[in-house]
Write a protein that binds this ligand. Sequence first.
Ligand SMILES: [Zn+2]
Ligand SMILES: [Zn+2]
Length: 279
Amino acid sequence: MQTESYIYDKVVDWSLLHLGINIPVSLQDIFFQSIKLRLNKGEKKSIKLFIEGIEYVATLTNIYFDKSKYPTHKDLVQIRYTPNSDIAVKLRDIFSRSYDYLLQEKKKLTNKKHQITTPPDIKEYVALYSTQFDDVFVLDCITTAEIREVKSAVQNVNEIDLERIIDSSDAAAGIIEIEKLVKVRKLNNTIGNSLKKLYLYKCQICGRFIGDKYGATVIHTHHIEMFSTSLNNNPSNIMIVCPNHHGIVHAVNPIFDRGKLAFIYPNGYIEGLKLNKHL
Ligand SMILES: [Zn+2]
Ligand SMILES: [Zn+2]
């Protein structure tokens, strides 16, 4: 199944293992754009969800709520299935590590409605992708075992080499065991590409599109928190930078001040971002 655009990734929780996936309000425009489909409030549609190459059926719902009672609410879109559905059973099997943990913690709770989150060392993820078909989605499962494998595969790789591998669509095999990176790479690559388009291939630090004159789109993705240690794929950890600034950032390791959206260099120089639409 060819995936078209990345929709989003989320940490595995109780509700994913039993009921479905909420599409965050902030992503719903992107979501509907990528599936070229509109659902009116209260409307449902049957969709196909591929998990590890197997096709499952789920329901895409635009939850009905009373607009007069909740005037500021936006649409609530969910991919839904039931706790005993094949999907939920499959997900609990794949994510047995998260499931066991959540189950144990739930038993200890007196208030069953209380939300439980998995600790950082056992966090697992799903990444949702749309495909060339409106009603077909791919759910990539990223387990703790895979995260561990990726971590060990990348531990001796220089961060900038690693980013280059993730960034490029060509297979830079031979540097590390690429196979283990496939999912993470796909995730980063698609997120990175969407961000590059968002910035029209301009560097967020200097605002320049250096390839313009040459008809080339030479631009990099940089991970604010090192990818080799964090494996953090979220757009909030990715910055679009020109090769020069990318080189400088890795050469001197400035601190990135998220509040001020500025780099603080070791020599005291402070450089704010020229462009920012997503951090
Ligand atoms: Zn730059
Ligand atoms: Zn970088």
